[in-house]
Design a protein around this ligand. Sequence first.
Ligand SMILES: Cc1cc2nc3c(=O)[nH]c(=O)nc-3n(C[C@H](O)[C@H](O)[C@H](O)COP(=O)(O)O)c2cc1C
Length: 364
Amino acid sequence: MSNTLRLLEPIQLGAWSLPNRMIMAPLTRCRAGAGNVAGPLNALYYEQRSTAGLIISEATQVAPGGQGYPGTPGIHSAEQVEGWKLVTDAVHKAGGRIVLQLWHVGRVSHSSYQTDGGPPYSSSAVAATGIQVATLSGMKTPEIPRAMTVVEIHDVIAQFRQGAINAKAAGFDGVEIHGANGYLLEQFLRDGINHRTDEWGGSIANRSRFHLAITKEVVEVWGADRVGIRLSPSGTFCDSHDSDHFATYHYLVKQLDAFKLAYLHVTRPSESDLRHGSPNIPLKSFREVYHGKVIGCGEFSLTTGETAIEDGSVDSVAFGRLFIANPDLVERAREGASLNPPDEPSFYAGGEHGYTDYPFLPRK
Ligand SMILES: Cc1cc2nc3c(=O)[nH]c(=O)nc-3n(C[C@H](O)[C@H](O)[C@H](O)COP(=O)(O)O)c2cc1C
């Protein structure tokens, strides 16, 4: 690897002039403090990775009922806004840029996270099967969710808007809407989960309405050039399926194109998705319906990431596990240095180990 890498070229994504095309993917690390508030340890972790062209924060719930894992941060309380300021200040002082990933897990939540103790919410009363949900008292079988009323749908859209407003108060550079990975937005988009017969279900246009309504609200808060959205067209995570992934996503992406967002973030299928029968929709196919900047993600190495930019599939590449293990991934790419391997057992384990203690290259 060397300075001539396309990955190291600057790029303009919406309002942001990025010094390179290596994006830090959103990564849940389950290390927020009491009240799901980010603190100094989280600030240090993100600061260490601030040479990434852009940091996309870990998924952050817009409401208590949108939580699905212990220790994930929120963006719905004043304390959470204050906590995130430590993170955004640290990243900005180090010369970096960071956007907040706005999140609601829908049916992947559990009654123990809900303020009224009832089951979690989704588009329809369809429980995820073949998975376990992560509660504060261990892994549990998913509950049958409550099918959201139209009023509740509008309440959640308003929670995303408020999350976007709070992210601004917390000093972020923008936001990414989490529309991927089997969580609430995808639970509306996919007909394997969404069995509604009103204007929020049925046709692809109706099932796309939730993504588009949330995008409209968040864009009103931030301006389109500071908003990105993440989709996983080929994903099957959290027992999420559709009868026609290609048609569904090409329709949705075409609608998103009109917003002129800072970026579209698309994941490609993992080995596990492929084993679960994922349709392998090529990232490049979205160029037919999307004219803005595209970030690709999903098991990219520096070499395959470079190729994906070179062959025009994507404009920049998000790296997940490589950024967990290599805070100075950009410098390592520039110098052709070897990479630290990620330590999987510590991904969600809490504490400094496997979080802020990965070694940097020795200073010259
Ligand atoms: C520990 C871990 C946490 C993750 N958390 C999130 C998350 O909060 N939001 C999200 O959209 N994707 C999340 N993902 C998916 C990653 O962003 C990325 O798509 C995935 O790791 C594949 O990229 P990679 O092969 O470069 O790691 C997570 C993945 C891992 C391994």
